[in-house]
Structures are given as structure tokens and as C-alpha cells.
Design a protein around this ligand. Structure first.
Ligand SMILES: Cc1cc2nc3c(=O)[nH]c(=O)nc-3n(C[C@H](O)[C@H](O)[C@H](O)COP(=O)(O)OP(=O)(O)OC[C@H]3O[C@@H](n4cnc5c(N)ncnc54)[C@H](O)[C@@H]3O)c2cc1C
Length: 301
């Protein structure tokens, strides 16, 4: 076992939510340890958009500015490691890491994000974050007016079609198999000239992650430049669930308006708690969690 350390707060996950929490706690002169294993969910995307002052910067560029500013506060430290177990209770938790550290802490903030599960479509994972995209606010502007697909089926297809139509009128919904879109929604989509294509996918063709098109299982090919997709996810870190933190039906860590989980002394912030997925929102949630942690430490709770 390596050296044991004691902290007011440990932040597990040192990306946008975690660094933001660390900044507020560092400025509150709290002794904070950030533990991060270096796998933020957006690491494959070349440029991150829609975060004021950092629009178009790289994901690592934003994080490294954040990290260097946070580490200016002498009570904050950062280690590259993976938290793999937590024991204890409010005001005396023990965090164990893969490299063999044991860390004692009064409070824990999980800023651990989520992991996207890639579908079994050849070329999909290579294009993820580049031209296969999850969010129009993050990447829609870069593909405005271009030939675009949405990989979706069922009830949500109309809502998504209506949204993306704002960025391009060259739009097709790909259901990748038989459509389950209602007749009413089909008609509404047709009014916007959004077509529905049911041909099952075989693969995506691309150059270094930038799409040329889709090849269907019958051998047909269609050209597109961007494909929106909502794909399943898992919590990046299983510890909150293992500890017994309540989870939402959608698979997020349940938090209240103050980022508190259902376990006293444990907080969560960022993508692991919400479907509203953006750097700006992760930063805001981290900052909020930190101020609540500091309040509770001041109150001796
Ligand atoms: C492909 C893609 C592109 C995106 N583009 C944009 C964009 O342009 N603009 C925008 O605003 N948003 C974008 N987003 C959303 C944005 O990236 C997320 O909202 C944001 O990264 C969430 O920050 P987070 O700190 O909650 O989680 P993450 O950034 O995912 O970070 C979680 C951190 O926790 C660490 N971690 C997890 N478990 C452990 C553990 N057990 N021990 C130690 N460390 C651990 C991970 O390694 C990681 O560093 C994009 C998302 C994706 C997937």
C-alpha cells in the first residue's frame, strides 16, 4: 500500500465537472485530491463547441487550461489513477485506487461521466465525434446545409427530425430496419421534406472519421456528410451504484438540486447525472457541487 493521505474532499474524475469542482474548493482553501484516469467521453472529437471563451478549442486544450488554473491553488492536487473502491461513511470515507493508494476523505464528488456504447456498424466508432454526432449544439453548425442523416426510429424520430431540420434541409431519417414511426409523424416529417429510409445498414464509409456515406445490407450506397445518433451508455464508474446511490430509470446517478446523491457525503456532477450533455453544464454542476460540499464542511455536517 502506498502512502495514505487525508483530505476534505476527493473528486473522482478530473475532466470538466471535476476540475470545476476542484477550482471552487481550492478557492475555499479546502484540501482536495482529484483522481482521474484520463478517459473523458469527448476525447475523439477534434474540436469542442458552444462553451463560452473556448469555442472551437480541442477537448484536451480546454481541460489542460482548466487543470493548470486549478493546480495554481496550493491545497489542490491531481493524480492520474483509477478509483476502484470506496468504503466508509460521511466524514470518513476511504477511497482505494488501482495503483494501491488509500485515501481518506470527508466528502466525495463523483464527476466520472458516462461511456457511450458503440453499435455494431462498421465505421461507426471511427466516425464518432467527428461526423457521427450526438448533439446539434456541439457540432450541427459545422454541418449546416449539408446532406445529413439521423439514425433513429420510433416515437423520437419526429422530434429529432424537426430539431435537426433547423440546421439543414437535406435530411433523411434512417431507421436501420423496419420503421416504427407513426403515420401522423410520417406525414409531419414529409411536410418538412424529411424522408425515411428503412434499409438496414451494413457499414459507414469515411476518410479518417469523416463520412462519405452509408452502405446498406443490400449493397446500395447513399452519400451523406453527417449522421446524428443517440446511442446507449453506461456509467463510466460503477462505484456510486455499488455504494447504493439511487439511480434514475434512464441510468443516471440520482441527485437533488444541490448535486447530493442519496448517500450523505457523496455528491455527483456532470454527465453521470443528466442527459443534458455539454461542457458548460458539466462545469456548472461541478461548481455547484463544490459550493454545497464547502457549506456542509463549514456546518460540520
Ligand atoms: C463525441 C462527443 C463530442 C462532444 N462534443 C461536445 C462539444 O462540442 N461541446 C460540448 O459542450 N460538449 C460536447 N460533448 C459533451 C461533453 O464532452 C460532456 O458533457 C463532458 O465531457 C462531461 O464532462 P464530465 O466531466 O461530466 O465527464 P467526462 O468529460 O466524460 O470526464 C469524466 C472523467 O472521469 C474519469 N473517470 C471515470 N471513472 C473514473 C474512476 N473510477 N477513477 C478515476 N477517474 C475516472 C474519466 O477518465 C474522465 O476523465 C461531447 C460529447 C461527446 C461524447
Amino acid at each position: 500500500m502506498k502512502k495514505e493521505t487525508h483530505h476534505d474532499a476527493v473528486i473522482i474524475g478530473g475532466s470538466y465537472a471535476g476540475l470545476s469542482a476542484a477550482m471552487a474548493l481550492g478557492r475555499a482553501i479546502r484540501n482536495v485530491l482529484i483522481i482521474d484516469n484520463g478517459k473523458p467521453c469527448n476525447r475523439q472529437t477534434p474540436h469542442s463547441h458552444n462553451f463560452l471563451t473556448q469555442d472551437g478549442n480541442t477537448p484536451t486544450g480546454i481541460a489542460s487550461i482548466g487543470k493548470s488554473q486549478v493546480l495554481n491553488y496550493p491545497t489542490v492536487s491531481f493524480i492520474t489513477d483509477e478509483a476502484n473502491m470506496v468504503n466508509g461513511e460521511n466524514n470518513l470515507f476511504q477511497v482505494y485506487t488501482t495503483s494501491g493508494r488509500l485515501v481518506y476523505t470527508k466528502k466525495i464528488i463523483f464527476a466520472t461521466g458516462i461511456t457511450d456504447t458503440m453499435p455494431d456498424i462498421k465505421g461507426f466508432s471511427e466516425c464518432w465525434g467527428k461526423s457521427v454526432i450526438h448533439c446539434p449544439y456541439c457540432h450541427g453548425y459545422e454541418f449546416k446545409g449539408q446532406s445529413t442523416g439521423i439514425l433513429i426510429n420510433g416515437e423520437k424520430a419526429y422530434e429529432m427530425g424537426r430539431l435537426i431540420h433547423n440546421w439543414t434541409d437535406q435530411l433523411t431519417i434512417f431507421t436501420n430496419g423496419e420503421s416504427t414511426i407513426s403515420d401522423e409523424h410520417r406525414q409531419q416529417l414529409a411536410t418538412m421534406k424529411i424522408s425515411i429510409d428503412e434499409r438496414p445498414f451494413q457499414s459507414l464509409t469515411h476518410k479518417e472519421g469523416y463520412l462519405d456515406g452509408i452502405i446498406f445490407s443490400n449493397g446500395d450506397h447513399v452519400e451523406i456528410k453527417a449522421l446524428y445518433a443517440r446511442i446507449p451508455f453506461e456509467q463510466h464508474c460503477a462505484i456510486p451504484q455499488e455504494l447504493g446511490c439511487a439511480m434514475t430509470d434512464a441510468g443516471y446517478i440520482q441527485v437533488d438540486d444541490f448535486q447530493k446523491t442519496t448517500i450523505p457525503g457523496i455528491y455527483a456532477a456532470g454527465d453521470n447525472t443528466t442527459m443534458l450533455r455539454a461542457v458548460s453544464l458539466a462545469v456548472a454542476a461541478g461548481s455547484k457541487a463544490a459550493s454545497v460540499v464547502n457549506h456542509e464542511l463549514c456546518a460540520g455536517h
